[in-house]
Design a protein around this ligand. Structure first.
Ligand SMILES: [Zn+2]
Length: 333
């Protein structure tokens, strides 16, 4: 029987789990690494591997056709021994009735209660807590109690882009597995599987910084994406126009500054560094029409953008940071 494990990238985590057996598998893992590199996707495929009933020696891999795999494949189906929750956990009501619970309001107590139940199929039980976060310290402590004395046959998979935000006590009880950024080729391949066309996949990959989430956001939907909005503002500034609507808010500041930095980087590339690839392929012509940046000017500008990014992490108002960026951008004409 041929086994599959159709995860793109994540070579390190694949090697790690490939070297394990069911006996050496830990009871809790923390998947850390940037957003959008496939941590939850990997965790789901790992869960499918662990619950697949095909006989196999290794941890990773599933046949895709057994009764267990069918529950991972079908829309709306759910394997009863695979519990998945995304986001913040509350502590929950200690007197709530037992039973399998699926929904947004899953609490730590619900989880612990469910994990103490018997496995449905007589095998393992796998819990995935994606982008795990706790509403209160009590909610985290409720999970901690479970991690201290985990029931046999339960594997817990936590994912987070910010492991430093978790309680050290939670972190220390799970084995951390780091997920690296994806390569441009890998992002393009993922986007292809998501049914983006070749041109969009190429553009998305070039803007992704190794993150599928960022690629998808950059490609945008019907509405103008933040990137398109910020780029319009940027070209208004450097082409000597008067930028209309400001873009900088608390929510958009980080990504917006990143967009500007990428455009400035590409402006520098377009100013005459042959052999260095442009990232903003969709703005190539517009960038080529800008006055070339001189070396010293480019370095000063990058320094100011670094400073803006540093200010963005303080309490300085986003509008003010946006204004500082506007004033630091050279006018091209
Ligand atoms: Zn299977």
């Amino acid at each position: 029987m041929e086994l599959h494990f159709d995860v793109i990238g994540a070579e390190g985590p694949k090697r790690y789990f490939d070297a394990l057996t069911r006996e050496t598998l830990a009871h809790a893992y923390l998947f850390s690494g940037p957003a959008g590199v496939g941590k939850k996707f990997f965790a789901r495929r790992l869960a499918q591997s662990l619950l697949c009933v095909a006989p196999k020696e290794r941890i990773l891999g599933y046949d895709g056709v057994c009764s267990s795999c069918a529950l991972f494949r079908a829309d709306g189906a759910h394997h009863p021994d695979f519990l998945e929750h995304e986001g913040t956990l509350k502590i929950g009501d200690p007197d709530a009735p037992r039973g399998f619970y699926q929904g947004d309001e899953l609490s730590t107590r619900d989880l612990v209660r469910q994990l103490s139940l018997q496995s449905y199929s007589g095998g393992m039980r796998v819990l995935l807590l994606g982008d795990v976060d706790f509403a209160t310290r009590e909610a985290a402590n409720a999970l901690l109690k479970f991690l201290e004395e985990p029931p046999a046959g339960v594997v817990m998979l936590l994912t987070t882009p910010a492991p430093g935000r978790l309680l050290p006590t939670i972190r220390s009880r799970a084995l951390e597995v780091r997920f690296p950024s994806l390569s441009r080729t890998q992002v393009r391949e993922v986007l292809g599987r998501m049914h983006y066309g070749d041109a969009d996949a190429e553009l998305g990959a070039s803007l992704s910084g190794g993150s599928v989430t960022r690629a998808v956001a950059a490609l945008g939907g019907e509405e103008e994406s933040l990137r398109a909005h910020v780029a319009r503002w940027f070209f208004d500034c450097v082409e000597g126009g008067s930028p209309q609507d400001a873009w900088a808010t608390r929510e958009t500041l980080d990504d917006g500054l990143e967009t500007i930095k990428t455009l400035v980087r590409d402006w520098i590339v377009a100013s005459g560094h042959d052999g260095v690839a442009l990232v903003s392929l969709d703005y190539a012509q517009r960038l080529a029409r800008l006055r070339p940046l001189e070396g010293r000017e480019a370095i000063a500008l990058l320094g100011k953008l670094d400073e803006a990014q540093r200010l963005a992490r303080t309490n300085v108002s986003p509008a003010l940071v946006g204004e500082l960026v506007r004033m630091s951008l050279p006018v091209s004409s």
